[in-house]
Design a protein around this ligand. Structure first.
Ligand code: HEM
Length: 449
């Protein structure tokens, strides 16, 4: 054990051999929030593996941005590599840098405007099928919606049919097991038990069907400039300096990565949004008034997004309260954090969920208060206090896409429907990459025209 790590205070509750695994698995969200009571830099043991936990916004920023070049992705992401290869989220810096540069234009404002037409169509189709008084499981409906919508923006209508079907069936199966796999010992993956068989079959089908649609789209040479899909823009992408392009296998890995990174996150945030809105009548009234004034009953478009300012405040407050649970990095060079030199090879972790509930940054942090995001109340808040999409070179490439998708969906739904809570039902947080509602039944109520 490096002497430097011994100088970092340990989180309470450590057991021999298991370290903090029990506390972490019993109540992961409570555990990550509790760490700041021990210090800004805290040692947590995952079994016998020491992990240095940065508990403040200041140190999370230091890891992601100031010392970003001294870190690679680390353990959490290593375990995902068999599934997503060297897609952006897992790739080492040498692969990440050129791929990110090449892919960035596919997420440019102008491109997102095109994807928004598809998103708006998907949102309208969703609410067209609803019936007054029906009870829905919001977390399931929003989960399916986010997968279907991303698949529809990803593949052209011409070649994408089978891929959309496979994505809708297989991505939820894989997501269910992936986080568990990321924190479990490797040998468990190979046991011939039904969850492993389901996972392996879903993963193989998904990769195969995406390979097929990549080949078909590449071969067609079709011009998808009118309403471009994400796949066509990635196939056409060229590095501005070198002219390099992504190979078909690289495109497939990037698509699978995007499917994992961009579905559960959006589905969960939208579900929490409906939950929080229904619990806050004043918020709901202001939101409906804004949506009625800005869009009325017409389809919501990309140009509406910046005008829906209160909707944006509501979504910011939802991602603050229900953010990404845990991110990890591995130091590739010695790094000085909070006066301690962390040796190369050390695993470092931080929780956006916990940072966003730090009472030093957010008074009464557990209260849902969209007015925290009024410009006059934000003034003076450090930039690193709000990092729902991460920061630095590994910041979410889909942040603008996600914000547009969630704003359009919320506005489309609420222009026609209210979602009422079910009396007596208490919703809890279920652990995942972002904690999602464990069960969220709500009743649909048509709004008067
Ligand atoms: C509410 C929605 C979302 C949230 C909160 C979110 C959050 C994040 C965060 C925190 C990271 C950084 C991870 C790290 O530093 O280790 C990230 C990375 C990433 N996200 Fe998102 N994300 C969301 C939606 C999306 C969407 C819609 C897409 C794609 C369409 C997407 C694609 C990605 C990709 C590819 C990366 C890896 C980027 C890189 O390393 O260059 N995300 N996301």
């Amino acid at each position: 054990m490096a002497p430097a790590l011994q100088s970092i205070p340990r989180a309470p509750g450590r057991l021999p051999l298991l370290g903090h695994v029990l506390s972490l698995s019993r109540d992961p969200l409570g555990f990550v929030k509790s760490l700041r009571r021990t210090g800004e830099l805290v040692r947590v043991d995952l079994g016998t593996l020491p992990v240095v936990f940065a508990t403040s916004a200041r140190l999370a920023h230091a890891v992601m941005v100031t010392h970003g070049t001294s870190f690679e992705k680390g353990r959490l992401f290593d375990r995902m590599r068999p599934m997503v290869g060297d897609g952006l989220a897992t790739a080492p810096s040498a692969v990440h840098r050129p791929h990110r540069r090449l892919m960035q234009p596919s997420f440019h404002h102008r491109r997102i405007a095109g994807y928004c037409e598809t998103i708006s169509e998907q949102a309208q189709q969703l609410v067209d099928g609803w019936e007054d008084g029906r009870r829905i499981a919001v977390e399931e409906v929003m989960g399916e919606f986010s997968v279907a919508t991303l698949a529809a923006t990803m593949f052209s209508a011409e070649f994408g049919g089978p891929a959309v079907t496979a994505v809708r069936r297989d991505v939820p199966i894989i997501l269910k097991t992936m986080l568990l796999r990321a924190v479990s010992p490797k040998f468990l993956d190979r046991l011939p038990i039904p969850p492993n068989r389901r996972f392996d079959a879903a993963a193989a089908r998904l990769r195969q069907v995406i390979d097929e649609v990549v080949t078909a789209t590449r071969g067609s040479g079709a011009d998808h400039d009118e309403q471009p899909d994400l796949l066509s823009t990635l196939l056409a992408a060229r590095d501005a300096d070198t002219g390099a392009a992504l190979s078909d296998a690289e495109v497939r890995d990037e698509l699978v990565t995007i499917l994992f990174a961009g579905t559960e996150t959006v589905g969960s945030t939208l579900s929490w949004a409906f939950h929080e809105i229904a619990r806050s009548p004043a918020t709901e009234a202001r939101l409906l008034a804004e949506i009625d004034a800005v869009v009325g009953r017409r389809p919501v478009g990309h140009e509406d997004v910046p005008r829906l300012t209160f909707t944006r405040q509501v979504l910011d407050e939802v991602v603050r309260l229900h953010g990404v649970t845990l991110l990890m990095r591995r130091a590739v060079a010695p790094v000085r954090l909070n006066g301690v030199t962390i040796p190369a090879g050390t695993e470092v972790a931080f929780s956006l969920y916990a940072v966003h509930q730090d009472p030093a940054l957010y008074p009464d942090p557990e209260r849902f208060d969209p007015d925290r995001w009024l410009p006059e109340r934000r003034a003076g808040q450090p930039r690193e206090a709000f990092i729902p999409f991460g920061a630095g070179s590994r910041q979410c490439i889909g942040d603008a896409f996600a914000k547009a998708e969630m704003t359009i969906t919320l506005a489309t739904v609420l222009s026609r429907w209210r979602l009422r809570p079910v009396a007596g039902h208490a919703t809890g947080e279920a652990m995942a990459a972002m904690p999602h509602p464990d069960h969220l039944p709500m009743v649909l109520e048509a709004r008067a025209a």
